[in-house]
Design a protein around this ligand. Structure first.
Ligand SMILES: [Zn+2]
Length: 275
């Protein structure tokens, strides 16, 4: 961990990051539920999907409210999905781990933005097999900010390179490869469903944030993860050959790993190869 803060303020920062992560997770729940439905993520205020009763502000405390209400709506007692507190906790833990990994840096700030967008992508793709353009564009805007920081202020550590064009290559490398695969599938097999354009597009902000090396690592890891999971689901007969499995969740999991530990993995691998 790269940190020079005194122990006291470090604990304050950690608590702050964890709590802000919980609240962001709560907002991500709204995004996951409303974006695919084409609803605004700002208004109206949250309501119970069963009875339509507006949720009181005091019942919107991440995780805590869920436990106090025993997972049921205060008004109609309909059960609330365990996914809500799970997404809140997951977001907080990912923010926290990112801070432990990169400290109080621009890398941490950039990654928690990217990861938050990707958590929404994970669940929306899992539920609806789509990756909304709004999330891709938000990611590109954040990635552009990181790119400007890299060029004009200080090279961005994750890129592993000081060249100004590293993130731009990152933006088009993995997404370009996936686009070609989709194109070949379309031409040869007349197959337009195997590789969604959403998967191609989400690799653009990922590449912009991570640079081309970690972006390519993310692509390799996600194909690997997706392949193993599909195989297990086929063997366990949970899915059959014809059923489509969303690729987004694997891209998200792989980019999380690449961003946090990818540079170490690449270094270890190159050493293993004798470089
Ligand atoms: Zn209700």
């Amino acid at each position: 961990m790269i940190n020079t803060l005194p122990a006291g303020s470090q604990i304050v920062v950690m608590v702050f990051i964890f709590l802000t992560g919980l609240c962001t997770g709560s907002f991500l729940n709204v995004c996951i539920y409303r974006i695919p439905a084409g609803k605004s993520i700002i208004s109206p205020p949250s309501a119970c999907p069963e009875c339509g009763e507006r949720i009181k502000f005091s019942d919107m405390i991440p995780v805590v409210s869920y436990i106090l209400l025993k997972g049921k709506c205060r008004n109609c007692k309909a059960s609330i999905s365990l996914r809500y507190p799970a997404v809140e906790l997951l977001t907080a833990v990912i923010w926290f781990v990112t801070y432990l990994r990169y400290g109080l840096t621009v890398e941490t700030a950039g990654l928690i933005l990217l990861f938050s967008i990707l958590i929404a992508v994970f669940f929306i793709d899992l539920d609806h097999m789509i990756i909304p353009n709004g999330l891709v564009l938000t990611g590109l805007a954040g990635g552009a900010a990181v790119f400007l920081y890299h060029v004009f202020i200080k090279p961005f550590g994750l890129y592993g390179s000081t060249s100004w064009y590293t993130p731009l290559i990152g933006m088009v490398s993995s997404s370009g490869i996936l686009f070609l695969i989709a194109l070949i599938g379309l031409i040869i097999y007349k197959n337009d469903g195997a590789m969604g354009m959403g998967d191609v597009k989400i690799f653009m902000p990922i590449g912009l944030f991570l640079g081309w090396k970690l972006s390519l690592l993310t692509l390799v890891l996600s194909v690997f993860l997706g392949g193993i999971t599909s195989l297990v689901l086929l063997i366990l007969k949970i899915k059959d050959r014809k059923s489509a499995i969303p690729f987004g969740p694997f891209i998200v999991t792989a980019s999380l790993f690449s961003a946090l530990y990818g540079n170490e993995l690449i270094r270890w691998y190159l050493q293993l190869c004798g470089y």
